[in-house]
Design a protein around this ligand. Sequence first.
Ligand code: HEM
Length: 323
Amino acid sequence: MASFGLIPSTPDRMFQETFDGKSWMDICHENFKLQIHPGEKLKELHSTFLGNIDKSLQWDRLSGSMVLSNTGDEEKYLALQEEQRQDASWIAGVIEEGIKGLGIHEESQASSMLYVLFRLINTNAYRLCFWCLAHLPHNKVLLAEIIAEIQPAFQIDGKINMSYLLEHCPILASLYEEILRISNYPIGVRVVTSEVVVGDKLLRPGRQLLMPYAQMHFNPEVFSSDAGEFEAKHLLHNKNFVRSTSYRPFSGGSTQCPGRFLARHEVYMFLAQLLNRFDITLAAWNGNKASFPKMDGEIPSGGVMGPAIREDVVVKVRSKRRI
Ligand code: HEM
């Protein structure tokens, strides 16, 4: 928590059971589910969020700080006037109100609390986009196949038929699932409620259990002898792998990630509009030939891993339309 800029008293307040036996964090957790479970709130989030991805992927918006690492946006967000944040999601407003309700008015603490949660839910999908974008220019055949496959999803009004992408694009789906399998290191967190023996281990009540799922994703008995290798068409060769109990990119049981549908929409929207609007090719940089980026395996992130430092993917981007 300190690395997010929180002073020790703030997490104490976040986790204190002050609201009828519930903590601020418990309430946030419930509100996240309200936001993300099917219904009006999710519909609105889908249309605003996916619409913003669509709008951002325009030629004249590609340069600038959006492609460089950036910090400090949290405080800038909270400093905006209300009318400048009209497109904020329901959950963003609820969290902000909750922070005030907890008596936290110091800007640095409020912004860090907001962004602890937003980083948690937003880190994974953009990293999936990164790995898709890293693989595609390295595999020109795959790139051409996906571009051809998604063509019918583009409507005359320029909008994307998301149902088409979801239901009729098996190569895109295979790429997505394979990247989730190979670059995702999810961890399930549970608290032991009663004594239980698992294998030769006795688990005692009150203890925390961390379940890293990635080992299962590399099991050769389930995912073939070359389970450690990336194979974009894995799902086409083995349609059942996504139903395997060894495949847990979003954990499982009652805490299975409720954002998994939104994440897929997000990545599909990004890739489809990117490939529809731009030609992407690898570029040499600083005299170095383009190479595939190494994953940062040093810090177990509990989700989709990022690239190691200085493992940038440098691409040449050309608009497919006349400018
Ligand atoms: C590819 C993208 C994503 C991945 C890999 C991912 C992964 C996970 C995993 C592994 C868990 C379960 C942890 C456990 O069992 O203890 C989880 C929970 C959760 N995720 Fe995601 N997530 C993603 C995207 C999202 C998005 C986009 C949202 C919301 C907009 C979201 C919201 C949540 C919430 C609220 C929980 C807690 C569920 C609960 O405890 O009941 N996730 N996620």
